[in-house]
Design a protein around this ligand. Structure first.
Ligand SMILES: CC(C)(COP(=O)(O)OP(=O)(O)OC[C@H]1O[C@@H](n2cnc3c(N)ncnc32)[C@H](O)[C@@H]1OP(=O)(O)O)[C@@H](O)C(=O)NCCC(=O)NCCS
Length: 162
C-alpha cells in the first residue's frame, strides 16, 4: 500500500466545501492537546467554526488550497491538507492531518509535494508552518522538506482559566 495505490483518492475542493475537513480537523485538534497540557483548556475548547473563519479570511485576502484524500472512490476521507498564500506572498501549510491507521504510507509526503508545487506556481516568497511545541514527529517529517525551527512562540497562560 502506498500513496499511489488507487485506493487513495486525492481531490481538491473550493473554500465553499471547507466543511468537508471538519471531522478530520476535530481529530487533529484532539491530537494536538496531548502536546500542550498547559493549554489543554484553551485548545480543547477550540471549535471548527473558529478555524473555518480564519481560513475563510485567508481565502478572502489571498489564496487557499484544500485537498482531501479518501480511502477508495466511495470511501471516507482519511487525510487532508489546507495550504495558503497571502497577498504579500507568504505561503503556509495551515493544517495537515492523516488518520493514524493511514500514516507511514506516504500520503502526508504526497500532500506536501502537491502543496509545495502550488506554492512555487503561486510565486510564494517564503513558506512557513506552525507546529505545536512537542509534536516532534511532525517536526521530523517537515525537516525532510527543508523546514527547520526558527522561533518558538511563547504564549501567556490565562492563570484564571479552568
Ligand atoms: C505528520 C504526518 C502529517 C505525516 O504524514 P504521513 O502520511 O504519516 O507521512 P509519510 O508516510 O509521508 O511519511 C512518514 C513516514 O512514513 C514513511 N513512508 C513514506 N512512504 C511510505 C510507504 N509507501 N510505506 C511505508 N512507509 C512510508 C516515511 O519514510 C516516514 O517514515 P518514518 O517517519 O518512520 O521515518 C502524519 O503523521 C500526521 O497526520 N500526524 C498527526 C497530525 C500532525 O502532527 N500533523 C501536523 C500538524 S502541524
Amino acid at each position: 500500500m502506498s500513496q499511489t495505490d488507487p485506493q487513495f483518492v486525492y481531490r481538491q475542493v473550493g473554500i465553499d466545501r471547507i466543511d468537508d475537513i471538519r471531522l478530520l480537523w476535530e481529530e487533529l485538534n484532539v491530537y494536538h492537546v496531548q502536546f500542550a497540557p498547559l493549554f489543554a483548556d484553551e485548545m480543547g475548547s477550540r471549535t471548527f467554526a473558529g478555524r473555518r473563519s480564519e481560513i475563510e479570511a485567508k481565502a478572502a485576502s489571498g489564496k487557499v488550497r484544500i485537498e482531501l484524500v479518501a480511502a477508495g472512490s466511495d470511501g471516507p476521507d482519511i487525510a487532508y491538507c489546507v495550504a495558503s498564500v497571502s497577498a504579500d506572498g507568504v505561503a503556509e501549510i495551515d493544517s495537515l492531518f492523516i488518520q493514524s491507521q493511514f500514516r507511514g504510507h506516504g500520503i502526508g509526503s504526497e500532500l506536501m509535494h502537491r502543496a509545495l508545487a502550488w506554492f512555487r506556481a503561486a510565486g510564494a516568497t517564503s513558506t512557513i508552518i506552525s507546529v505545536t511545541h512537542g509534536n516532534d514527529k511532525a517536526i521530523a517529517f517537515y525537516r525532510r522538506f527543508g523546514f527547520y525551527p526558527r522561533a518558538v512562540v511563547l504564549r501567556q497562560r490565562d492563570e484564571g482559566a479552568g
